[in-house]
Design a protein around this ligand. Structure first.
Ligand code: FEO
Ligand code: CA
Ligand code: CA
Length: 617
């Protein structure tokens, strides 16, 4: 491993101040912690954990939206003893994940009035109802509440006298759910025989969207919300279907988190084998035209999409990056056939239906290739069971296997630095990787801590060729504790005892091109006594890869959905699954209400600077 890392890190002095250390273990940097060159001025908070959240001195972290808060007119106040399906479908959903801020009025850059699009990935029944464990079956009524708590909430928000508030009767407020939102299907797989079910013989309309994890926004102001672990919802034995291996490649039949199939046969693969083919897509939704149905864009492939982030390439076409969040799965890129039309919003409405999806292969010499997933090319034909492009897209993972893509350590968020045009890939964990399977881009066996890769498309400066067949790449950070030689961690040598991180998951760039990273240690945080949170670092200059600890969530939570307002003065983030790992009988925290009888509530937090200045300035 050391040789591979040394080879990658010493190729050029990518980590400022680190080149001399490349190939050698970095000793504890703590005595040098104050002698840093970071452009970030906040004072770090200590690592640790507890029932409440915490932010750097001089900042505020205000809870803006909680599970159960009213979203639509007529929504009841949240009452954990009297939850109902009709109430939940009008209230803020559970486990907020992706957060997007869309200014109001439309096309403005208003930093103090807008819509928040927040998706709701999954539910924790053990923290919603007393007496339930995480894997227990729910009643039909509870299952329908779970379905209504999935999806997304769109809520108008305003900043007044420096504080954000939700507008519960905003005319654009909406809920999308897994219960009853009709979602259209477009692109090459729409209407294909394998997309048809008894309830939808057209294969073009799906009820609901599942397990919406991260996402992205488009240059024309729509949101991309991404279906991730859809396998957890489908019951049945793949061996009793005609396509057992194709279910297994997505993990269907291995873990079942929900009991919805007991009341709805479309979640039983033996009764409705095509229903899982209708999930695992990127969903486009336009919060400014909220009654136009969301659309599953099949040209972007079917896998466990962490997110889908966009960047306009040098030739004007749109590139969309997306990680497939599973051990040994892949990193993908879609490039539209047509350029984005900046003048005519409607001209972009089907831009994501035509283009080329590719998968990444990383080479040890610092180059990487994008391999096109195109029917008829490189074995993606009948010899491997693909009869048309729709098959390639429905079975994206298997098509990528055929091409020889590089199996990664759980690719999560991907973001492009608006100042440099370089692309950053969060790889969160892979404890299954053996010494025999390490490679240059995934250089540690039993990768407990995750890492971050930096991709350089051809070009120089913020506008690069994101449609090129080949990029260069490098390791940006190997996460873990740099004072523990066994971790094999690598950062800027001045990272402090509070500034190192594990399990990078989601990220965002601020206006100055600094990288903000949220972590997801899962329930390991109980073992370490260290909560997940938000870290930040420069990606260029003397503070490159010098991560600093900014915000800590309550125990059990992760903090995805990082989103800056256009003025850089507010950072929204989600606080997902507070108290996960405990149950309602003795929750690890009752954040954010801290009231007896109130459960912990996943929320969205607005972080501002007390002097009203730019975050991180
Ligand atoms: Fe839902 Fe990959 O995190
Ligand atoms: Ca995530
Ligand atoms: Ca995660």
């Amino acid at each position: 491993m050391g040789d591979i890392v040394a080879q990658r890190l010493s190729r050029r002095s990518v980590l400022a101040g680190l080149a001399a250390a490349a190939g050698t273990a970095i000793t504890s940097p703590w005595p040098r912690a104050l002698a840093h060159g970071s452009s970030l001025t906040f004072q770090e908070i200590p690592q640790g954990g507890g029932p409440d959240h915490a932010v750097a001195p001089g900042y505020r972290a205000d809870v803006l939206l909680r599970w159960g808060d009213p979203v639509l007119p007529g929504a009841p106040a949240f009452d954990p003893r009297a939850m109902s399906v009709d109430g939940q479908r009008m209230q803020f959903g559970y486990n907020a994940d992706y957060v997007a801020y869309l200014p109001l009025p439309r096309w403005s850059t208003s930093p103090e009035h807008g819509l928040l699009f927040v998706n709701h990935e999954y539910t924790n029944r053990e923290l919603m109802w007393p007496g339930l464990q995480a894997w227990d079956a729910t009643t039909e009524a509870q299952a329908r509440i779970e379905m209504a708590a999935h999806g997304a909430s769109i809520v108008e928000v305003r900043k007044e006298a420096g504080r954000w508030r939700a507008v519960p009767d905003g005319i654009l407020n909406r809920r999308l759910t897994a219960l009853d939102t009709l979602v259209h299907v477009s692109g090459p797989a729409a209407g294909h025989a394998r997309m048809r079910t008894k309830a939808d013989p057209t294969g073009r309309t799906v009820v609901g969207t599942l397990n919406n994890c991260a996402g992205g926004t488009t240059p024309w102001g729509t949101v991309l919300t991404c279906e991730e672990n859809f396998d957890l919802y489908f019951a049945g034995d793949p061996a009793r279907t005609s396509e057992p291996d194709r279910f297994r490649r997505y993990g269907i039949g291995e873990k079942l988190l929900y009991s919805w199939h007991l009341n709805d046969s479309r979640f039983d693969i033996e009764a409705e084998p095509n229903e899982p083919n209708r999930f695992g897509w990127v969903v486009e939704y336009d919060p400014y035209f909220p009654d136009v149905p969301p659309v599953k864009r099949t040209a972007l492939g079917r896998f466990k999409h962490e997110g889908a982030t966009t960047v306009i390439s040098a030739d004007g076409r749109l590139a969309v990056y997306s990680g497939d969040d599973d051990e040994f799965d892949y990193l993908y890129r879609f490039v539209s056939d047509r350029p984005v039309d900046p003048e005519n919003r409607l001209a972009n409405h089907d831009l994501l239906d035509r283009g080329t999806l590719s998968v990444a292969r990383f080479n040890a010499d610092g180059t990487m290739d994008w391999l096109p997933l195109v029917y008829g090319q490189n074995g993606l034909d009948r010899s491997n069971g693909f009869a048309r492009q729709a098959d390639v897209l429905i079975e994206t993972r298997r098509a990528a296997d055929v091409l020889g893509a590089t199996p990664m350590d759980r690719p999560e968020d991907v973001e492009t630095n608006p100042r440099t045009g370089r692309v950053y890939v969060m790889l969160t964990i892979n404890r299954e990787r053996s010494e025999a399977r390490i490679d240059a881009a995934n250089p540690r066996a039993d990768n407990r801590f995750g890492h971050i890769l930096e991709l350089a498309p051809p070009g120089d400066g913020p506008v690069r060729d994101h449609s090129a067949d080949q990029y260069r790449w490098d390791v940006f950070i190997l996460a873990g504790d740099p004072s523990e030689a066994g971790h094999g961690a690598r950062y800027h040598p001045d990272v402090s005892k509070d500034g190192w991180l594990t399990n990078p998951d989601n990220c965002a760039f601020d206006l100055r091109g600094r990288l903000w990273i949220s972590t997801d240690q899962d329930t390991d945080q109980y073992d370490r006594g260290v909560s997940d949170g938000i870290y930040a670092c420069d990606t260029t200059g003397p503070g490159r890869a010098l991560t600093r600890f900014f915000y800590r969530g309550p125990i059990g939570a992760e903090c995805p959905g990082l989103c800056f307002t256009p003025d850089g003065r507010t950072l929204f983030c989600a606080v997902q699954h507070p108290a996960e790992g405990s149950t309602l009988a003795a929750p690890a925290t009752r954040w954010p209400d801290f009231a007896e009888g109130m459960p912990p509530r996943p929320s969205v937090v607005a972080i501002t600077k007390e002097d009203g200045g730019e975050i991180g300035s």
